[in-house]
Design a protein around this ligand. Structure first.
Ligand SMILES: Nc1ncnc2c1ncn2[C@@H]1O[C@H](COP(=O)(O)OP(=O)(O)OP(=O)(O)O)[C@@H](O)[C@H]1O
Ligand SMILES: Cc1ncc(COP(=O)(O)O)c(N)n1
Length: 275
């Protein structure tokens, strides 16, 4: 008697923007899902004209188009985990928050993309306010970078203690299930140190700083890897640890392409085994 192979595969959804340069956004998320052997589905929020040197244009999709993509995926395929990336404006944030209320969008990881690691604000103040009130309380985890954490915690962040205090304050103020304050925008040996808080534990995740300027897509990759690990059934802290390990390896194999900041190497295990 032949055995029937188990073909079930975990499924994750990314709700994010397109990066024409392929290093961040939807492109990074789908590659990250694939690396984890998780089937990737997507809802596009905006199209950026972007390369390793920056963003030259952003076109938002109508919120109805975002809603239709999420409904199409959730209504037929179903997902075990979801991540949000660049939601861009108030209307899209409101639409996604409403769907998170109405649909099963489990294991919601909110990467609150609003300030780049260089400190440039990417979305309007009123969009930030709505993200805080309507989306963060629905998140299983939110993953602000240094500058986003400064806004969410209303606190300047310079030291590891500041990162810890910010994580606790974001938990209390905005009520996500957990917070990961990312240290890519810190200086010295804190660059690459992240702080996790969920109300019961406060943990410092430390890897060696990778000395490269080719860091484009680290934030997207980390949140997508966390969602992938949640879709695979890991508990939250273990999903964060595995994702951190993945992003560190991807940074160690980042790609020297373009004239600015190259992207992380999502398929590092294939790179190191040769073509
Ligand atoms: N040079 C580095 N060495 C080691 N880890 C790093 C380095 N830079 C970033 N990381 C890690 O990458 C992950 C993403 O954090 P980061 O603060 O870079 O997010 P982000 O600002 O959202 O990303 P981006 O710069 O792509 O917008 C975190 O786990 C962070 O610690
Ligand atoms: C479309 C899009 N989404 C997100 C980011 C930020 O990416 P990251 O924080 O990973 O560099 C980006 N540059 N472009």
């Amino acid at each position: 008697m032949s055995t029937v192979p188990d073909l079930s595969i975990p499924i994750a959804l990314t709700i994010a923007g397109s990066d024409s340069g392929g290093g961040a956004g939807i492109q990074a998320d789908l590659r990250t899902f694939a690396f984890h052997q998780v089937h990737g589905t997507s809802a596009l929020t905006c199209i950026t004209a972007q390369n390793t040197q920056g963003v030259t244009r952003v076109d938002a999709l109508p919120p109805e188009a975002v809603v239709a993509q999420i409904a199409a995926v959730a209504g037929d395929i179903g997902v075990q985990a979801v991540k949000t990336g660049m939601l861009l404006n108030r209307e899209i944030i409101a639409a996604v928050a409403q769907q998170a209320e109405e649909l099963p969008l489990p294991n919601l990881v909110v990467d609150p993309v609003m300030v780049s690691r260089t400190g440039a604000q990417l979305i309007a103040d009123e969009a930030i306010a709505l993200l805080c009130t309507d989306l963060l309380p629905k998140a299983r985890l939110t993953t602000p970078n240094r500058y986003e954490a400064q806004i969410l915690a209303d606190l300047e962040i310079h030291t590891l203690d500041d990162m810890k205090q910010a994580a606790e304050r974001i938990l209390q103020t905005h009520q996500p299930g957990a917070v990961l304050v990312k240290g890519g925008g810190m200086t010295g040996e804190l660059r690459g140190v992240d702080v996790f808080a969920d109300g019961t534990q406060l943990a410092v995740l430390q890897t060696q700083t990778v000395h490269t300027t080719d860091t484009h897509g680290t934030g997207c990759t980390l949140s997508a890897a966390i969602a992938a690990n949640l879709a695979l059934g890991r508990d939250l802290f273990s999903a964060v640890q595995h994702a951190k390990d993945y992003v560190t390896h991807a940074l160690q194999h980042s790609l020297r392409i373009g004239h600015g900041q190259g992207p992380v190497g999502h398929f590092y295990s294939l790179l190191s085994s040769g073509r």
